[in-house]
Design a protein. Structure first.
Length: 209
């Protein structure tokens, strides 16, 4: 997400003979398996592109995918479309409200200073989208997969951070949403609201640069 709170997406066009793609899209879905335990998790599957079929009269329809025995989409029809002749692509940008940014990234684009406590946190998230701030001004979002759990306690430090990143997480003890702040400069602390500050690792800091 850019500093102007916009996100982008691309509209791609293909043209040609769609008969093979339509045939694959018209396939029947498989019967659900009697052994769903063998399907495994689907959280890691790639999100399929949304697409429309448009004929030479400009009439459009948005087809669905047939599903396999685990209820997952068979993407062969979409793959067949992408094998046709590319007719160009166009980038679109959309501005998001604060609520839309929170829904998309689970962080608030309005800066709030952290509130440190004295008890060490017991469980912090790994892999989160953070809202970035420079001198309290929102400058976009960043994703990090670096671990935060297990960092050492932070020593006393009076340096003021001007570059920070923050996200919202659910505290495992209270089941409440809390703010988690990473100081990218200054004291380089990781502060979960209500808990004692931790010292950020070099790997965590580099992931935000």
């Amino acid at each position: 997400m850019a500093a102007d709170r916009t996100v982008s997406f691309y509209a791609h066009r293909w043209e040609g003979d769609f008969s093979r793609a339509v045939k694959m899209l018209n396939r029947s879905s498989a019967h659900k398996t009697w052994f769903p335990g063998g399907c495994g998790d689907n959280y890691s599957l790639a999100v399929l592109d949304h697409f429309w079929l448009v004929d030479d009269r400009g009439r459009a329809t948005r087809p669905g995918h047939p599903s396999d025995s685990c209820g997952l989409p068979k993407p062969g029809g979409l793959a067949a479309i992408k094998e046709l002749t590319s007719a160009g692509s166009t980038e679109h940008r959309r501005a998001l409200s604060d609520d839309q940014i929170y829904e998309l990234s689970h962080c608030w684009p309005t800066y709030r200073p952290p509130t440190a406590g004295i008890t060490l946190p017991t469980s912090l998230p790994t892999g989160s989208i953070f809202c970035r701030f420079s001198s309290t001004e929102f400058v976009g979002t960043s994703w990090t997969t670096e671990p935060i759990d297990g960092l050492p306690p932070a020593p006393d430090c009076d340096a003021v951070a001007t570059e920070v990143a923050s996200t919202i997480y659910v505290d495992s003890l209270t089941s409440e949403e809390r703010l988690l702040t990473v100081e990218i400069d200054g004291c380089h602390r990781v502060i979960a609201d209500g808990y004692a500050p931790l010292q950020a690792s070099d790997e965590l800091l580099v992931s935000f640069r």
